[in-house]
Design a protein around this ligand. Structure first.
Ligand code: NDP
Ligand code: MG
Length: 391
């Protein structure tokens, strides 16, 4: 029986993963090792009972007794706190879903890779902050990382059986989010509720707002660079409002392979769960005649400065991804709490990168886990300081 763990089980990706596992037979088909969550204790306990998990872990140490109570009599162990989440990743599972949101997903992902098995990676922040470290750890332990972000799963699929040396360019698509056609002036006053309302995908709050600002696409450009190793000049993003084409790979003979599918994360998750097989998945089938047309446009660099900033990070590498992601997370916190305007998020990230670049240099530092966590911390401190000057 295959063993699985889901980190971030109670989130949007975690729920979709759980759904696929349950449909594929649940506890009769898989041995569930660990499920983790944070605030949503009731749901975490319910999932752990359903899958008869060995252990359920909440990131919040203050919620341990609540989790214990919710699991009473179930035989599922309970634990709490970031260390307990990392320890849960030390329990070997054949297939581990990394779907914690933010930089908190890095350490559990690294620990899971040490078993030399498969890590399905939705947590894009770990590739952005520590791509070299993550891929190096996988190589060292003979583990496999499968991309779960829809664009990267699409690139992965378009590359299957191809010679990567023949690749000329990789294009990932962006829906353009809810603000695709908003004028600059109106964007300045965009609210959290408006930014959360993604037109095509149903996702967690933070990634939905990152989609509206294109910080999500910025992270994904960096993710493409880190995971596939292509030169930054070969990687681009194009706005495609229908979210049907997820990515395209262009080859030197002029052919372009596109990956199409409905905007449903269960495709990319299911692909990673069943890889290298393709199993039937409960996703809608495309009706091209009904869709009628698929459109594409260049992203507007003025309204989406995050894309420009990501180019710098792709070029510099080193610790710039850790600084970029941490500054972006702080900028997002300030926006969500009403202390920063929508367009000021990019301004804050840019100012933080400039400050850190002159203070420590971002490019040539060795990327050990300590380096990455140190930069993550420092960038948060600097971003919070600089945010005060923008308010
Ligand atoms: P959600 O916000 O919906 O879920 C996040 C999960 O992480 C929840 O289980 C949450 O617990 C848990 N969590 C929150 N904070 C912490 C913490 N500090 N430590 C440990 N666990 C924590 O996010 P999504 O599912 O949308 O996204 C998860 C990851 O997947 C992100 O990296 C995102 O960028 C990526 N991704 C998501 C896509 C999507 O469609 N949603 C598409 C592609 C990538 P709780 O809810 O119990 O508080
Ligand atoms: Mg994506």
């Amino acid at each position: 029986m295959r063993s699985i763990s889901i980190f971030g089980a109670t989130g949007s990706i975690g729920e979709s993963t759980f759904d696929l596992i349950v449909r594929a037979g649940g506890a009769d088909a898989f041995r569930t090792v660990a499920l983790t969550g944070s605030a949503n204790i009731a749901r975490l306990a319910e999932m752990a009972r359903t899958l008869r998990a060995e252990i359920a872990v909440t990131a919040d140490p203050a919620r341990l007794s609540e989790l214990r109570e919710a699991l009473a009599g179930s035989g599922v162990q309970a634990a709490a706190g970031p260390d307990a989440i990392a320890d849960a990743a030390d329990r070997p599972a054949d297939w581990t879903m990394s779907a914690i949101v933010g930089a908190a997903g890095l350490v559990p992902g690294l620990r899971a890779l040490r078993h030399g098995r498969t890590l399905a990676l939705a947590n894009k922040e770990s590739l952005v902050t520590a791509g070299a470290l993550l891929l190096g750890t996988a190589r060292q332990h003979g583990a496999t990382i499968l991309p779960v972000d829809s664009e990267h799963s699409a690139v992965f699929q378009a590359l299957t059986g191809e010679d990567t040396a023949a690749v000329e360019r990789v294009i990932i698509t962006a829906s353009g989010g809810p603000f695709r056609d908003w004028p600059l002036e109106r964007l300045k006053a965009a609210t959290v509720a408006e930014a959360k309302a993604h037109p095509n995908w149903s996702m967690g709050n933070r990634i939905s707002i990152d989609s509206a600002s294109m910080f999500n696409k910025a992270l994904e450009l960096i993710e493409t660079r880190e995971y596939f190793g292509f030169d930054p000049d070969m990687i681009e993003a194009v706005v495609h409002p229908q979210s049907i084409v997820h990515a395209l790979v262009g080859f030197r003979d002029g052919a372009v392979m596109a990956h199409l599918g409905p905007p449903d994360m269960r495709h990319a998750i299911g692909f990673a769960l069943n890889f290298p097989d393709r199993a039937a998945l409960p996703v809608a089938r495309l009706d091209l005649a009904k869709l009628g047309s698929l459109t594409f446009q260049a992203p507007d660099p003025e309204r989406f400065p995050a894309l420009r900033l990501s180019r710098e990070v792709m070029r510099i590498r080193g610790l710039s991804g850790a600084a970029f992601n941490a500054a972006k997370e702080i900028a997002l916190d300030h926006f969500m709490e009403g202390r920063l305007g929508f367009l000021d998020m990019a301004g804050l990230v840019e100012a933080t990168l400039a400050r850190l670049s002159s203070e420590t240099g971002l490019g040539n530092a060795a990327t050990t886990l300590e380096d990455v966590l140190g930069m993550d911390h420092l960038a948060r401190v600097r971003a919070n300081e600089l945010a005060k000057t923008l308010q």
